[in-house]
Every structure is written in C-alpha cells, then in structure tokens.
Ligand binder design. Structure first.
Ligand SMILES: Cc1cc2nc3c(=O)[nH]c(=O)nc-3n(C[C@H](O)[C@H](O)[C@H](O)COP(=O)(O)O)c2cc1C
Length: 169
C-alpha cells in the first residue's frame, strides 16, 4: 500500500473475524516492530504473542470488551525499564520507544490487510497474571491482530491549525 493510503486506512478495529492470521504475516509485523527506532538504540521492549483460543476468559479479565478476544492473535507490547534511555534531567523515554515499536507493528499489519486496535485501558494486574510477567517488565499496550469485521468510518481529528504552531508557542 502507498504510505499516505496506509495512514488513511489504519483505524481502530473493534470487531474481528475468527479467520487465522498467516504465519508469514505475523512474522512480517514482528519484523516491522524489530526495526523500529528506539532512544540510543536500547531496544527496551519485549513483544508477547498470544493465541486467544482457550484463553478468552482470562483475556476478558484483562480487558472486558467482547471484541477484544474475537481475533485469533493478541499482541502485548511490554517495556523493559532497566534497558531504557534516560535523559540528563531524568526523563525516561520508555513509553515513547514502546509506542514507536507498536506503531511500526500496527502500520505493517494494516499494510497486510490486518486489523488492530491500540488498547491501554486494560487491567495491568490481570495482564501480569495471565502472561506471567516479572515485576521489572511493564505491559504497556495490547492489540488484537486479525481480520476486521467492521469498516473504517469517519476519522475525527482536530484541524491542523489547532495542532501545529510555527516558530514559537
Ligand atoms: C495510546 C493509545 C491507547 C488507546 N487505548 C484504547 C483503549 O484502551 N480502548 C479502545 O477501545 N481504544 C483505545 N485507543 C484507540 C483510540 O481511541 C483511537 O486510536 C482514536 O479514537 C482514533 O481512532 P482511530 O484509531 O480509529 O483512528 C487507544 C489509542 C492509543 C493511541
């Protein structure tokens, strides 16, 4: 897909078909995540691939919307704080790094015809229990990964003049 079309095409998919995701497509979205830039190239992330079959009840404790478990695959992007870059004023860039990783993954998924939805409003404790995460690994974003059963509607965004300033505040 041409890049501008890809940006237009991505949307938050909130209904999924049960159709399986091809292994090559999963490999391609994971490779897109691997190639993402991170601060000082620290790569302070881990991606967990979850097959939803047989785990739907536990996954609904992580995030209760019914569409959350419809896709065959789920991705959880985790941060690894001990590897992350920290600026001189102590500002830690872990969340920025993991967001870029997830955006790479999600845009490649869109490119391959797969649906995704960024999910931050999950129960972190339930996620920790389901995935057996050690204390020093932070679950930051989930997305289902599968074929959409809904369609893009309108993209509601603020006008550019509300979002961009030139030269100074
Ligand atoms: C960091 C982040 C967290 C989000 N968390 C959730 C969420 O917990 N649940 C949800 O349904 N959508 C979530 N979204 C999706 C946003 O609501 C959505 O991206 C926004 O409304 C724009 O719509 P679009 O993705 O269809 O373009 C999240 C998006 C981002 C970027």
């Amino acid at each position: 897909m041409e890049f501008s079309q890809l940006i237009q095409a991505r949307y938050s998919v909130r209904a999924y078909k049960p159709d399986p995701v091809e292994d090559e497509k999963l490999a391609a979205v994971l490779e897109a995540a691997r190639l993402a830039p991170t601060a000082a190239n620290r790569q302070p992330f881990q991606i967990i691939v979850i097959h939803t079959e047989g785990k739907k009840e536990a996954l609904q404790r992580v995030y209760s919307r019914d569409w959350f478990t419809q896709a065959p695959l789920m991705i959880c992007a985790c941060g690894v704080p001990r590897y992350s870059w920290v600026r001189a004023d102590q500002r830690r860039y872990l969340d920025v790094d993991v967001a870029i990783v997830m955006d790479h993954l999600i845009l490649e998924a869109t490119n391959l015809g797969l649906g995704t939805c960024w999910i931050a409003a999950f129960n972190a404790q339930a996620a920790r229990e389901l995935l057996g995460l050690p204390d020093d690994i932070e679950p930051l974003i989930f997305t289902p990964l599968g074929y959409a059963a809904d369609r893009l509607t309108v993209k509601e965004r603020k006008p550019l003049e509300d979002l961009v300033r030139y030269e100074h505040w």
